[in-house]
Design a protein around this ligand. Structure first.
Ligand code: NOJ
Length: 731
């Protein structure tokens, strides 16, 4: 049932209305200062509800996180609504990051689908399951651009690209919150604001040093897009940028988010990120950091208890104005009202059960895996033909690990592993010898696996990372396959049997050394509940892989950070010699003096946007409707895409643009549009993409976002490293 008619009003990003504002004001007028501050306090609610009863009755808790039992959530709400003076319901939060019970691929895998509509559908499924149990707020989507795969949280976002990240972020916001707000709406929380993905060295929680122009051109646009899509809440990040921790950063929170974008949703800190400003050396004590956070525009404190303990004193002493508190509480109450919590604070515990793992939810999760898996190599061994199959590797039957990071509520009993799915799909044809039980296991004798491989016609090796190796606080300095997995592949290769590797991981691992030992390679990220059936269908050829890399795959970790949209240097790489090609006796010699590594060159293993198919595609006839455009025009890009192979397939056609000369140096290419196109064998189709010239804008030297007139190039291709450009100009 729709709770409120929320047509977007001017001046409100969350879709409030004069009626809602009047109700908020009325309630605010009845609140004591202590009750207001109570709303600004969020508490992690493990254990018995009775432990929180006293604080709830006093109105000292505005929100809880980490309780998912619907009966307990009802009890929390009952005390808040029926036993506190003003009866304000709680906002119940949870990290529902890639599904609630039905777990979807990790967000990085979802980004590989390049399919925002499907991602929106997945977020809707997550919202249906979570809200049925009383969870009305998810701490997702994570919009942090991540260009260093050592950072374990790359798993939680959409990868390296600003445009792709923005489209995925909007899709998730729409999916979580629904077309209009009702009892199945789960407030999205866009996080982590801002720059957290640029943590130095890929070490989690580390400092960032992003200039204002980098923020405005690369890191902020996905947040702005998600605010425009109606995101109800936002979370500040753990990092300090150029010396200022986000939770106390007035420039990004107050000036940009509130001021420039007019965000009137709720801003919450990350877990104790207010308190951590003391560790940063940005505040003397909890009172000091509470003052800094409140004055920066933060509304709710997650787990520092800084607001609850000190705001009253700070207001009385004049360091924080009561009108700052009123603004924060308005932002909180507004979200609660828009979600309809005042009318419907309780959930139906029995009905909640029926919603979890519904067949259509599992089907949606399976489709998401089918579109997210990337075919990185295929020497003709896939799809599978007849014969015996050896299944091996630590991820073949690891229901917990295939769920990936932040899958608290996914149950491994409901997870279908590749081994289970392949046995069901190919009855009597599958042998299973794990070889390694865990990805980190070390072993040097694979006699049991190789003997089994010799009896088989093809080997399917499921490798990668355990779930615990990626996600928050799980940075790695070495990105090769861990443990003895590479040795297992080498031993399998030595049997002479065709070997297919299926990698499940939270990040792009450096798999260059393994490629010669495999005849085909599928990259599945951590695929979630339905990973098994989806992979079985892809391997069998019922589904043709269509995923594309949402992030650059490095040859070696020393290349990090490497991303396709880098700026042109004064000495671009020009195909110069590598060190290994220079004879030792040559002595001192010039190696070219351009930008590359002597030992690893200038290119990655797989570029952004790359992915093969069981068929082949050809692009032709790329043309634009004009040669010269005005700033308000829309460019019509037409091209013909043909399926030149022998089976049906889906291609992600990508449009890249380069601004040749600017008031500042510009990226060599930037993704500006993409579309998924399905074609029958032999079919070809003429397609049109509308590209508003305003998409070419950037923030230049004068700090203003605009399109600078001049010459541009445009590519339409199947990856960021293919195709030839067509020229146009903007006047
Ligand atoms: C810390 C993480 O950084 C954040 O992403 C998460 O939402 C909160 N903890 C709550 O669990």
């Amino acid at each position: 049932m729709a709770v409120l008619a929320c047509s977007r009003q001017a001046g409100t990003t969350v879709g409030s209305s004069p009626e809602v504002e009047a109700r908020v004001d009325k309630l605010l007028g009845q609140m004591t200062l202590q009750e207001k501050i109570g709303q600004m306090n969020q508490v992690s609610a493990g254990g018995e509800v009775s432990n929180y009863a006293d604080a709830l009755r006093k109105g000292q808790i505005g929100s809880i996180l980490n309780e998912v039992d619907p009966a307990k959530i009802n009890e929390f709400q009952r005390i808040a609504v029926e036993e506190s003076r003003l009866g304000i319901p709680l906002l119940v939060g949870r990290d529902v990051i890639h599904g609630f019970h039905t777990v979807f691929p990790i967000p990085l895998g979802l980004a590989a689908t390049f399919d925002p509509a499907l991602v929106e559908e997945g977020a809707r499924v997550a919202a249906l399951e979570a809200t049925a149990q009383g969870v009305r707020w998810t701490f997702s989507p994570m919009l942090d651009i991540a260009r260093d795969p050592r950072w374990g949280r790359m798993a939680e976002g959409s990868g390296e690209d600003t445009y792709l990240d923005a489209r995925m972020g909007e899709a998730m916001v729409r999916g979580y919150q629904g077309a209009s707000l009702d009892s199945t709406s789960m407030a999205a929380c866009i996080k982590h604001f801002v720059g957290y993905g640029a943590a130095e060295g890929g070490r989690d929680y580390n400092s960032t040093f992003l200039t204002e122009r980098q923020l405005r051109n690369i890191y902020l646009p996905p947040f702005e897009a998600a605010v425009k899509a109606g995101a109800l809440t936002l979370m500040t990040s753990f990092n300090d940028n150029d010396g200022v921790p986000s939770t106390g950063n007035t420039f990004v929170v107050k000036d940009i988010l509130r001021g420039e974008w007019g965000f009137d949703g709720l801003v919450v800190t990350d877990w104790n990120s207010m308190g951590e400003m003391i560790n940063h050396g940005f505040g003397t004590d909890r009172k000091d950091v509470a003052e800094k956070a409140a004055n920066a525009g933060v509304d709710m404190d997650m787990m520092t208890y800084g607001f609850l303990s000190h705001l009253e004193e700070l207001v009385k002493g004049g360091a924080v104005k009561e009108k700052t508190i009123d603004k924060a509480v308005r932002n909180i109450l507004r979200v609660k009202m828009l979600l309809g919590l005042f009318e419907h604070p309780y959930v139906d515990v029995e009905a909640a059960r029926a919603v979890q793992y519904a067949p259509e939810h599992l089907a949606s999760a399976q489709k998401s895996v089918e579109e997210s898996v990337i075919l990185l190599k295929n020497d003709g061994v896939l799809p599978l033909k007849g014969g015996r199959i050896l299944v091996t590797g630590p991820l073949a039957d690891a229901p917990h690990d295939q769920l990936g990071t932040w899958a608290f509520d996914g149950q491994k009993e409901h997870t279908v592993t590749p081994l289970q799915a392949l046995r069901a799909r190919f009855p009597g044809r599958v042998d299973y010898v794990p070889g390694l039980r865990y990805s980190r296991e070390k072993r040097d004798n694979f006699a049991d696996v190789t003997a089994a491989a010799r009896r088989a016609d093809i080997v399917l090796a499921f490798l990668g990372e355990e779930a615990i190796l990626s996600g928050e606080a799980h940075s790695l300095a070495d990105l090769n396959l861990v443990g003895s997995q590479s040795a297992l592949l080498a031993a399998l290769k030595a049997t002479g049997k065709p070997v297919v590797a299926i990698v499940m991981a939270g990040r792009p691992l450096t798999i260059e050394r393994d490629l010669p030992n495999v005849d085909a390679l599928l990259y599945a990220f951590h695929p979630g509940t339905m990973g098994g059936p989806a992979l079985a269908r892809i391997l069998a050829g019922e589904v043709n892989p269509s995923g594309k890399t949402p992030v650059t795959f490095l040859r070696t970790v020393g290349q990090a950070p490497m991303y396709y949209s880098h700026h042109m240097t004064g000495r671009p790489y020009n195909g110069e010699t590598l060190l290994e090609d220079i004879p030792l006796e040559a002595g001192q010699t010039s190696l070219g003096n351009t930008s590359y590594y002597l030992d690893y060159g200038a290119y990655p293993l797989f570029p952004f946007g790359f992915g093969l198919s069981y068929t082949t595609f050809a692009y032709s006839g790329i043309g634009l409707d004009k040669k010269v455009y005005g700033a308000d025009d829309t460019i019509q890009v037409t091209f013909t895409l043909a399926n030149t192979g022998t089976c049906e397939g889906t291609e992600v056609a990508q449009v890249y643009v380069r601004d040749l000369v600017g008031s500042i140096t510009r990226p060599v290419k930037e993704l500006k549009a993409f579309l998924r196109v399905s074609l029958l064998p032999g079919e070809s189709r003429q397609l049109t993409v509308q590209l508003p010239v305003s998409e070419l804008s950037f923030t230049g030297l004068d700090g203003k976002r605009k399109v600078e007139p001049g010459d541009f190039q445009l590519w339409v291709a199947g990856s960021s490293q293919e195709g030839s450009p067509v020229a146009f100009a903007v006047q």
